[in-house]
Design a protein around this ligand. Structure first.
Ligand SMILES: C[S@@+](CC[C@H](N)C(=O)[O-])C[C@H]1O[C@@H](n2cnc3c(N)ncnc32)[C@H](O)[C@@H]1O
Length: 466
């Protein structure tokens, strides 16, 4: 139960200094007997970011961070941001174990490792899609007479219960680069007189803004998702943003219907200003991503996962590896160094173009990339006698998983190991059950905390042929 109207836990003057902030974790200090059976939020109204949660055992590990979030509950995207990080990791490990327990007998003998921590707990998110919304001044009806005629622009996420857009302001899990750019865009929308899409009237131009930034180069990409191509309006706006931020590589326009399913949205992007590519580094591999191809959200964790995949694959230099759903080639290029040949497959022409370019720029020649649906490409490669067998298959499918057809094709290649990475656990476990039917045992599950503060994480499963 959450009670936000409770008295403040402590006033600004009694707020612990950073040196004794850890003392708020001491169960005996701030906890009184009456609270023992309740679970309540205590919030200081004058300093809304100071929050503690008390419960049966005393003051919990919910503590103030150096970079607090002002809209934690309103936004709802980061339900565990104010939990001690160790607790977040324990919760994710426990969550995955309980999913496996419920999933069935196939997984009862698998080893589940502890969730691996993210090197960055804040500012790790390098990719965000922000919904645009506007209203005029004060929102509350009781103030309607004094409503500010100035346009007020929100950029953020949908609140799941009210369906209203919550402005995420300077989001602590996003990179500073993206926070700076989004602040400028909020003002720019007004200055450049760009209309914002309203679902009620089904009218307006801009409905989303997509931002990406690179960890190593700090380069950024901006995409305006709009209802129609209004270049006269968007080009000067794009020029303005890219002149303000020299690290912006390119500003794009994507025309898409706001009602359209995100996965079905046309990926065609029009470059308004600058150039197409953003550069990122994973260990000693430098990748360039076009705006339309997938780029990992947490760079440092992606690097860690690539390294772990390489370790688990135990390559000796003689193997044929297939990297399904390869994106811009991160895993493929990481594994090419220690295998005979890597074949990457992705259904996005942009991702495959990026992957081919990345192989060249990293001087890696023992890779081949194929554009198309995974099961079709494997079946074609077998039919054309391009491959007979594969030693290791790596796969990182989207939300719906890989499905039965792909697993049947994989089986024909008789890999001795399969490495399956996903953050979509229901499709992942369904696919792993199908793998089990085809003689592949899930030996180890390794959760990685790619999204600290949120409920999300990724899991790498290592399967071996029986
Ligand atoms: C999660 S990303 C994988 C990223 C990649 N492993 C990396 O580390 O950058 C999923 C990829 O699957 C691709 N994809 C989606 N459906 C596909 C399908 N049916 N067949 C092949 N590729 C697909 C997408 O284009 C996307 O690049």
């Amino acid at each position: 139960m959450i009670d936000l109207n409770k008295k403040p836990a402590f006033s600004r003057s009694s707020r612990p200094s950073s040196s004794d902030r850890n003392s708020t974790r001491n169960p005996s200090r701030k906890f009184s007997k009456e609270n023992e059976s309740k679970l309540v939020w205590k919030q200081n109204n004058s300093t809304p970011n100071i929050r503690m949660m008390t419960m049966r055992q005393g003051v919990s590990e919910r503590v103030m961070h150096e970079q607090p979030c002002k809209i934690l509950e309103k936004c709802g995207s980061c339900p565990s941001l104010d939990l001690a990080y160790k607790t977040q990791l324990q919760q994710k490990t426990a969550d995955f174990k309980s999913r496996l327990l419920k999933a069935g007998d196939e997984f009862q003998r698998s080893i589940v490792k502890d969730c691996i921590e993210s090197e960055e707990k804040f500012g790790y998110k390098h990719h965000v899609k922000m919904v645009a919304s506007e209203h005029s001044g004060l929102k509350s009806s009781q103030f309607s007479n004094f409503a500010n005629p100035k346009r007020w622009i929100d950029l953020g996420v949908y609140n799941q219960s009210s369906n209203e857009v919550v402005d995420t302001g300077r989001c602590p899990i996003q990179t500073n680069v993206m926070n700076d750019i989004s602040a400028y865009i909020r003002t720019g929308i007004r200055v450049h007189n760009v209309s914002v899409y309203t679902p009620k009237q089904k009218d307006g131009l801009l409905h989303c803004v997509i931002l990406r930034s690179s960890h190593y180069t700090r380069q950024a990409q901006v995409t305006f998702v709009v209802t129609k191509a209004d270049l006269n309006l968007l080009r000067p706006f794009a020029r303005d943003i890219s002149e303000k931020f020299m690290n912006i590589q390119g500003v794009f326009m994507q025309v898409a219907s706001p009602d359209q399913n995100e996965e079905k949205q046309e990926q065609e992007l029009k470059l308004l200003v600058g150039q197409d590519l953003i550069e990122e580094k994973y260990s000693d591999i430098i990748l360039k991503f076009s705006a339309a191809s997938f780029m990992p959200t947490n760079t440092l964790m992606a690097r860690r996962i690539y390294n772990r995949i390489e370790e688990l694959a135990e390559l000796t230099g003689k193997e044929t590896v297939i990297d399904l759903y390869c994106g811009a080639g991160g895993v493929s290029l990481a594994l090419a160094r220690s295998s005979r040949e890597v074949i990457g497959v992705d259904n996005s022409s942009f991702a495959i173009k990026d992957a081919i370019r990345n192989a060249k720029s990293n001087n890696i020649s023992n890779v081949g990339f194929y554009e198309g649906e995974s099961s079709n490409i494997i079946s074609k490669l077998i039919e054309e006698k391009r491959i007979y067998k594969a030693d290791v298959i790596v796969m990182n499918p989207p939300k719906n998983g890989c499905g039965m057809n792909t697993i049947e094709q994989i089986k024909k290649l008789e890999p001795k190991a399969v490495l399956y990475l996903s953050s979509f656990f229901s499709s992942m476990l369904k696919d792993l059950k199908s793998f089990a039917v085809h003689g592949y045992t899930p030996v180890i599950f390794e959760p990685f905390d790619t999204f600290p503060g949120t409920d999300n994480y990724e899991v790498l499963c290592y399967l071996v042929k029986n």
